[in-house]
Design a protein around this ligand. Structure first.
Ligand code: BGC
Length: 970
């Protein structure tokens, strides 16, 4: 028997398709099926003796009366393929993936969990095979092997999806490997026939499986369902620095007490070795001039950036005599942002956060990292994790991940990890508390230590620890009277001291204000020129800056370059893979768009009954809007149209991405007359709406770095003769009771017309496949599953600062963060204010029900954790995904808000499907979910008292129920 794994064209990685070259005896239909003795095995490893895990994929080998093999193309899986079915002894029909004359691949039914033994038979043409006994386990991990029977070389890839074999060895201490496996527990859709297995789904909040490489335990950085597969898991692990080297080093996974087969990978001794040691070796060989050159940038003069190579926004020339490569810095929070480098315009990163899925966020970040690398750019100024929910009018909201530090931290960490896996230095910014653009160069943020640690700083801390990010950008503002780029509390204290950050701190562009103060406070590199750091030489001579500090600055930059692999993976320029990358852009939008209203089941639209559709406003005939500023992506294929440079900010162009919602809607409803009105004249728009079966109005809000929005309404900041979009929607809604509003914007909005329209879809800036994604959601080809990562306030009057603080003509000005750590929903809950739409909210075309919620506590002193277990059912008639959210109410007297998000899981369910879900919340996680920051002892402390655990599908109490309570301490 010889099996070969095929490459899946959609994901570009090893998929599950199995091709067998067995003798192809021509079988007559009357032949009885036969399952060979010992012929039922886990189809990852084919390892003898590995029990089958419910939910995993297995193969039955034998002879089956099939002349043309058949393959299932979608879930739920069929139970009959090519006339063959399988049955387990309990009679449960078995979901099938592939049926051929010698092999049938199937998913092990969920209702066999923990049964120990079962029998399996095959039926075809009314005849049933002899029964074969198989062993069943709750978990039985099995790693996919290649051309081997359960051992030998594995289907283990590196982060660029190349096989890790002798021709592409992993590097001890740095390579992250992607292990494809089955049997880690239930995360796929339970087939409708079986009750769900007891399972321990694995997400970042739950216990990760253990991986050993050459017997050495490896750091597991991701475990979850492999994208695009049924029943297949992906576990990412970093090859340990101490792993043995060679071409056949065994990799083993264990979970729930069961250990997998071993597969082998090639491991090479690290040329990287220890990045700190390698950096020290180089520093010792550098002259002082060379050291000085690396801590300052070549982008002068101070008022404007001279054209830098490769269109980079920052450039530090390398040192050829020592083999130090050039550093090319490029923005990229929502795709590579570089006008000389057309790139895939992804949906806003707030849409990536709205997907609530770290694995999808990794795919998003991978596009950014890959496209930078394609252009030879090697430092990504992405990773904007400012908690802009403090000020939802902030023009940069679209670049961020919303208002919750844990959600924002986890999503940003996934982006950064993916970028650094492409051997591009990642960055997290803007450190810190940089939450409004108005007066950003002189805003003096006032906040207490605990408030900062439990909000904005916590988001940074999570990224640092989860993603090992190698650079941090300090911000423009001051914190408690000190510029952040020379703030010893932030840089030397919190970042390099408490968090042990080993990479380098660069300034935001022209955010440096001094030489000696900045260097001594912890700034390692000035950007984008050398206005201040050209003075370091004098300060060294006068002794104001010790030479050891210069060596430390250089060391940090070089160690970041070693750690990200810039020395070991030299640049490889390549064209952007437009098709594949745009598919990810569309997927991110389809998973991140949030359905806010759907009265009377207005959506999904039924193409077969609609005769006429009005599409109105926002250039929806040709384009979708994108956000401006330094994050602006110049889309591949060029913009559909541009509309000048609104002022403020006066320097950023309005770019409409090339994707036509109108064309996409027409192709979803080929039989309907789809007409467009540009929305500039409400009367004309409403008369088209009145003559149509449905009206779809696109409203848009352009926003950019360098500006805040004048209000939370859809304010037209682009045109000198503003279009009042609130009036437009009201007029259309008055003309047609089937008015659907699609929002293209970067953050939270108010909607005065909300009660008069039947449906609202928050599409964010949807990226250059946005039109297609929106149309697919409107017509139900995609079921929306996004959840708001930011609260939509009912009114600006409910914001902590109803009016944005404005700068004086000169000097700094205070911005008091009165809300402290009560950012976003925590503020509304604490103040008992009802938002328009709460954090965590989003509708689906499916109907979900939570039941059987239970709390399992493990409250060991010092490291408490708990699991929330429950059944999640889809009682609707369409497949859909729900985000189960866990919030924690801290003991009275801690001063904490009523509820804090501490865990979540996105679960995909077919109609009628039920999944038993476990969400684990562990104090050892980098998000400190069970503790508060105690400034006196400078530590995270777990407070004694009563805790309440809430479970539901938004932050609002009406969407939550109490899963249980527990008590900690005396
Ligand atoms: C922005 C940063 C950006 C930098 C370089 C600054 O204006 O605040 O986010 O990375 O420019 O473009």
């Amino acid at each position: 028997m010889n099996s070969t794994y095929l490459r899946s064209s959609s994901t570009g990685r090893l998929g599950l398709a199995l091709v067998l070259s067995l003798g192809t005896a021509c079988l007559r239909a009357a032949d009885a099926p036969v399952i060979s003795p010992g012929g039922v095995v886990n189809s990852a490893s084919f390892a003898a003796g590995v029990p089958l895990a419910p939910g995993s994929i297995a193969s039955a080998f034998g002879t089956f009366p099939i002349t043309t093999p058949a393959r299932a193309s979608a879930t739920p899986l069929p139970t009959d393929l090519a006339g063959v079915s399988l049955q387990f002894g309990n009679g449960a029909p078995v979901p099938l993936l592939y049926a051929g004359s010698g092999q049938v691949n199937f998913q092990v039914p969920w209702d066999l969990a923990n049964q120990g033994q079962a029998t399996v038979t095959a039926t075809a043409g009314g005849q049933t095979s002899a029964a074969l006994a198989v062993s069943i386990n709750a978990f039985a991990p099995a790693i996919f092997s290649i051309n081997q029977q359960g051992s030998g070389q594995g289907a283990v890839l590196d982060s660029r999806y190349r096989l890790v074999d002798a021709s592409n060895p992993s590097i001890a201490g740095s390579t992250t490997i992607l292990i494809f496996c089955t049997g880690l527990g239930a995360v796929t859709n339970p087939p409708p026939n079986g009750s769900p297995a007891l399972a321990r789904p694995l997400s970042y909040t739950t216990t990760l499986p253990a991986v050993t490489i050459g017997g050495i335990s490896a750091q597991v950085v991701y475990s979850g369902l492999a994208p695009g597969s049924v029943g297949e898991y992906q576990v990412n692990a970093v090859v340990p620095g101490r792993a043995p080297t060679g071409n056949a080093v065994p990799v083993v996974i264990s979970v729930g007490g069961a250990t997998s087969n071993a597969v082998t990978i090639a491991v090479q001794a690290s040329a990287i070795g220890d990045p700190d040691q390698r950096a020290d070796t180089l520093v010792s060989q550098m002259t002082q001039d060379e050291k000085l050159a690396i801590v300052q940038c070549a982008g002068g003069p101070v008022t404007d950036i001279i054209p830098l190579p490769r269109g980079a926004g920052g450039f530090v020339p390398g040192i050829p005599r020592l083999g130090i490569p050039n550093l090319y810095y490029a923005d990229g929070s929502v795709g590579l942002a570089d006008y000389s480098a057309p790139a895939t315009a992804l949906p806003s990163s707030i849409a990536s956060a709205a997907g609530w899925d770290a694995n999808d966020a990794y795919q998003y970040g991978r596009i950014i990292g890959t496209e930078l690398r394609n252009y030879g750019l090697n430092v990504n100024l992405g990773g904007n994790v400012n908690l802009i929910g403090r000020e939802p009018r902030d023009g940069r909201t679209f670049e961020t991940k919303g208002e919750d530090p844990i959600l924002a931290g986890k999503i940003t960490a996934a982006h950064v990890r993916a970028v650094q896996d492409q051997h591009v230095i990642g960055c997290v910014k803007h450190f810190a508390l940089n939450d409004q653009e108005t007066g950003r160069y002189s805003a003096n943020v006032q906040i207490d230590d605990r408030g900062a640690r439990e909000s904005d700083l916590l988001a940074f801390e999570i990224v640092l620890r989860d993603a090992d990010v190698q650079s941090v950008m300090c911000s423009y503002n001051l914190v408690n009277g000190v510029w952040t780029c020379e703030n010893p509390y932030l840089l030397n204290g919190v970042l390099k001291g408490d968090w042990n950050f080993k990479g380098f701190v660069m300034s935001d562009w022209w955010a440096t204000h001094s030489t000696v103060n900045a260097v001594l406070a912890g700034l390692d590199q000035e950007q984008p020129d050398n206005q201040w750091f050209s003075g370091i030489e004098l300060a060294l001579q006068s002794g104001q800056i010790p030479r050891s500090r210069l060596a430390d600055m250089v060391h940090r930059i070089l160690r970041a370059m070693f750690a990200a692999g810039l020395f070991d993976y030299p640049e490889s320029l390549a064209p952007v893979n437009t098709g594949a990358d745009q598919a990810i852009a569309q997927d991110a939008e389809e998973k991140g768009a949030v359905l806010l209203k759907n009265a009377g089941g207005q959506l999904p639209l039924n193409a077969s009954t609609l005769k006429s559709i009005a599409v109105i406003g926002s250039h929806a005939d040709v384009a979708v809007l994108s956000g401006g500023g330094s994050a602006q992506v110049y889309p591949t294929g060029g913009p559909a149209l541009t509309e000048g440079y609104p002022c403020p900010p006066c320097w950023s162009q309005v770019i409409w991405d090339p994707s036509s919602p109108l064309a996409a809607i027409q192709s979803m409803a080929p039989g309907a007359a789809v007409k467009f009105n540009d929305g500039t004249d409400s009367a004309a728009a409403s008369s088209l709406a009145a003559a149509s079966d449905v009206a779809i109005v696109f409203v848009s809000q352009w926003a950019s770095e360098g500006m805040d929005l004048p209000s939370l309404n859809f304010a037209d900041v682009i045109h000198s003769q503003p279009v009042d979009q609130d009036v437009l929607v009201a007029a259309v809604a008055a003309a047609n009771p089937h008015t659907i509003v699609v929002l293209e914007n970067g953050g939270a909005q108010v909607m005065p017309w909300l009660n008069n329209v039947s449906a609202v879809l928050e599409a964010w800036y949807p990226g250059q496949k946005g039109g297609e994604a929106i149309a697919r959601i409107l017509f139900g080809a995609v079921n929306p599953s996004g959840k708001l990562p930011i609260t939509f306030a009912a009114s600006v009057n409910d914001l902590p600062r109803p009016a944005i603080d404005n700068p004086p003509a000169s000097g700094t000005f205070p911005v008091s963060y009165v809300e402290s750590f009560d950012v976003g929903y925590k503020w509304y809950d604490a103040k008992n204010l009802t938002p328009l739409f709460p954090f965590g909210f989003g509708l689906s075309y499916a109907v979900f029900a939570f039941s059987q919620a239970k709390l399992v506590n493990n409250l060991a002193a010092g490291a408490p954790n708990f699991q929330v277990t429950f059944d999640l059912a889809n009682t609707g008639s369409l497949t859909g995904a729900e985000v189960a959210q866990v919030y924690l109410g801290m003991p009275n007297g801690t001063g904490e808000p009523p509820r804090r998000l501490v865990g979540w899981q996105k679960v995909l369910l077919p109609p009628g499907g039920v999944q038993h879900v476990t969400i684990e919340v562990d104090e050892n996680d980098t998000s400190h979910p069970l503790s508060y920051w105690d400034t006196g002892s400078a530590a995270w402390l777990v407070a004694p008292g009563d805790y309440t655990v809430y479970l539901g599908n938004s932050s609002r109490s009406s969407d939550l129920s109490v899963a249980g309570t527990f008590h900690l301490g005396p």
